[in-house]
Write a protein that binds this ligand. Structure first.
Ligand code: NCD
Length: 310
């Protein structure tokens, strides 16, 4: 399998053959509930400057299940020397001397790229502000393939905060590797997908449309990908208040669910706030907790491909 030096953006994933191999390995780990010693002697540093539940725990669990070890800063903004004014570059250079790989989450777009420029060990981007979240997109794709069987002809309906949602930014670029798909982008006008990602889709001749018609988009969806409003990215409170009012029309509740076909699936990178009503959770189409579980196996496969020198 192709080896990454760093994984900063899904743009580095340029072929489906890589995904096929990664997903086959993840499926094998999942099927056998694997614990082995493939990464014995290796140390993963997780350096998180923003909150996380799934990403950090699943990376750390993945490392432990492969026999590696973990050092971690779960609140690096307060408990690393960043608090004293150390630059990200200096922190990364230092931690790289103690670990074989760094999983980094940071509030600034471009932080993972900056870290990669100075790090002698692989940097895995676990979210850089409103930039990207490439490993989330990998597990999203794995989940779609596992749940739907294949990608051909699918309509993927992505809903919510497309402006700041970094998982969406990575996902749309990864979807572009698949030819026969349709993407529906559903959001209030203020939260549309940034132009740079739309240009990428156009350049790759991927069929997509933007709409504010949530019920209409649900009717045509094979996959619904819900996202929360990224409140922490808004600088002004009035903007946020207007949006809070608008977003009530983008809630997946019982009524919205009735628009969805029986074979569709519902994804969400989580955390869910109020955009999916808890009543949806017991519906077999609700795949978001299965999706979060899949993240463990995809991250095991990724760590193995990044770190295994055998
Ligand atoms: C996402 C993130 O951090 O971007 N969470 C995650 O990693 N599953 C989504 C979010 O916070 O809304």
């Amino acid at each position: 399998m192709k080896k990454f030096n760093h994984l900063v953006s899904v743009q580095q994933v340029s072929d489906r053959a890589f995904l096929d191999k990664l997903f086959a390995l993840a499926a094998d780990f999942q099927e056998h509930n694997t614990r082995n010693n493939a990464l014995e002697g290796k140390i993963l540093a997780s350096l998180f400057f923003e909150p996380s539940t799934r990403t950090r725990f699943s990376f750390e669990s993945a490392m432990l299940r492969l026999g590696g070890q973990v050092i971690t800063s779960e609140n690096a903004s307060d408990y690393s020397s960043a608090k004293k004014g150390e630059t990200l570059e200096d922190t990364v250079r230092t931690v790289a001397g103690y670990a074989d790989c760094i999983v980094l989450r940071h509030p600034e777009k471009g932080a993972a790229q900056r870290a990669a420029q100075v790090s002698p060990v692989p940097i895995i981007n676990a979210g850089d502000g409103s930039g990207e979240h490439p490993t989330q997109a990998l597990l999203d794709m794995y989940t779609i393939q596992k749940e739907k069987g294949n990608m051909d002809g699918l309509t993927i309906t992505i809903v919510g905060d497309l402006l700041y949602g970094r998982t969406v930014h990575s996902l749309v670029q990864l979807l572009a590797l698949y030819r026969d798909i349709h993407i529906a982008l559903v959001s209030p006008a203020q939260l549309r997908l940034p132009e740079e990602y739309k240009q990428n889709l156009r350049a790759q001749k991927i069929s997509f449309k933007e709409t504010e018609d949530f019920p209409g988009a649900l009717q045509k969806a094979d996959v619904v990908y819900m996202t929360r409003l990224q409140k922490e990215r808004f600088s002004s409170q009035p903007d946020l208040l207007t949006l809070n009012v608008n977003k009530s029309s983008y809630i997946l509740d019982e009524a919205a669910l009735s628009q969805l076909s029986q074979n569709a699936i519902i994804l969400h990178p989580l955390p869910r706030v109020d955009e999916i009503s808890p009543i949806v959770d017991s519906d077999p189409r609700a795949a978001y907790f299965r999706q979060a579980q899949n993240g463990l196996y995809v991250r095991m496969a990724l760590l193995q491909s990044v770190l295994d020198s055998a």
